[in-house]
Write a protein that binds this ligand. Sequence first.
Ligand code: GDP
Ligand code: GDP
Length: 442
Amino acid sequence: MKPVIALVGRPNVGKSTLFNRLTRTRDAIVADFPGLTRDRQYGDGKLGERPYTVVDTGGIGESEEGIDRPMTDQARQAVGEADAVLFLVDGRAGLTAADEQVAMELRKLPKPVFLVVNKTDGLDPETAMADFYALGLTDLFPIAAAHGRGVRAMVGAVLEGFPDAEDEEAVPEDPDTVRVAVLGRPNVGKSTLINRILGEERVIVYDHAGTTRDSIEVPFTRQPKDGGDPRDYVLIDTAGIRRRGKVHETVEKFSVIKALQAVEAAQVVVLVVDARDGITDQDLHLIGYVLEAGRALVVAVNKWDGLEPDHRQWVKTELERRLHFVPWVKVHFISALHGTGVGDLFGYVERAWESAFLKLGSNALTRMLQDITHSHPPPRSGRFRAKLRYAHLGGSNPPTVVIHGNRTESLPNSYQRYLENRFRELLKIEGSPIRLELKSGD
Ligand code: GDP
Ligand code: GDP
């Protein structure tokens, strides 16, 4: 799994500057999603081939009353869930009382903490760091986040402590097993839905649930209604169906990190939203993570029972308005409590999964490309016109269409979107993003 790195530090020490630098290398999906608010607190990055997740914990307070506990609860939660902590200080401002308080708290953590001295541009690094040795942290790194100086070396040192993806024992995944995560804010009905699914008559739950870091993986088999072959699933549960007692219910904090890890571990995400609240900003953030990871997505609108017709209409209008940027996402109305619509949910999950793992030969895909470009050729750009010659499938989850040609870099975004939409239509991709990769031969 990707290591999670938390950034902690006073306001103005350069956390967002460093965050942006650390998350810049993420692969871009061809389509950008207008209307999707980005959460700039969580991001993925890579150093060489090594991926990681960065969390900006949002600063530590400096108010007088808060001086004993300068870290906010939110920062403390993120730090608690991270694998490594970067404690950022300002090499120009020097050491402050808040820095000392935070260092005291961080020193007690059973995880690596790196003291990162920022804004050392134009300073002698040793002099800039001298003050900060007093904090009692042993790993010090001088950087200049704004210019990138020292950042690679620092990240390299942080990642050194974690196993390489290749070193990790690769668990061979059954290619025919559908890995589905149930995601959503607290109290939307995730546990109720999961219990409902696993309690279905046509479902056999195997008794070897595995636990990964923060979620439970439950393997099960489901017999389709039409009498077809049974299908194997692994359900990735972040809600904790086997939650010990119900005491946590009211105090359960939503963990974005857990959600991100579940998205990473899944192929299809079922996002549960509460019909009583409609679709919230936090739901949209979750959708953003799912899209960034390229996973397939089904939205389950829960608690559809006992709602007034007016309210139902309001929910539908809201969904249409706020999900217009992902018109391919299937929205399904259910009542986990009464079981209504839960069986049908599998149809959507399955279709999304089939789309995500679509198989098609290069000849058929190239023919499609020719039809698409024939009916609407790439526009001229200056004296040149891009030529799209052939296509092949370059990957799954999301399905990736690799297009080879000449001067493909000159293709305007609007034409790329046209290609994407046409391929989506012709390949009958439902409930999954699709990615285009353009290669140029000259
Ligand atoms: P945050 O409040 O901790 O997120 O800090 P920001 O990233 O917003 O940075 C605060 C200020 O410090 C901004 O004006 C940045 O341009 C500046 N800054 C950040 N990194 C550096 C650096 O490496 N060198 C210098 N000289 N200024 C920096
Ligand atoms: P989680 O925190 O997302 O796992 O949510 P829970 O499954 O614990 O459900 C939170 C509350 O919503 C509980 O009181 C459930 O009984 C209730 N609930 C769940 N699904 C439904 C539903 O379909 N309809 C109604 N009316 N209530 C529901």
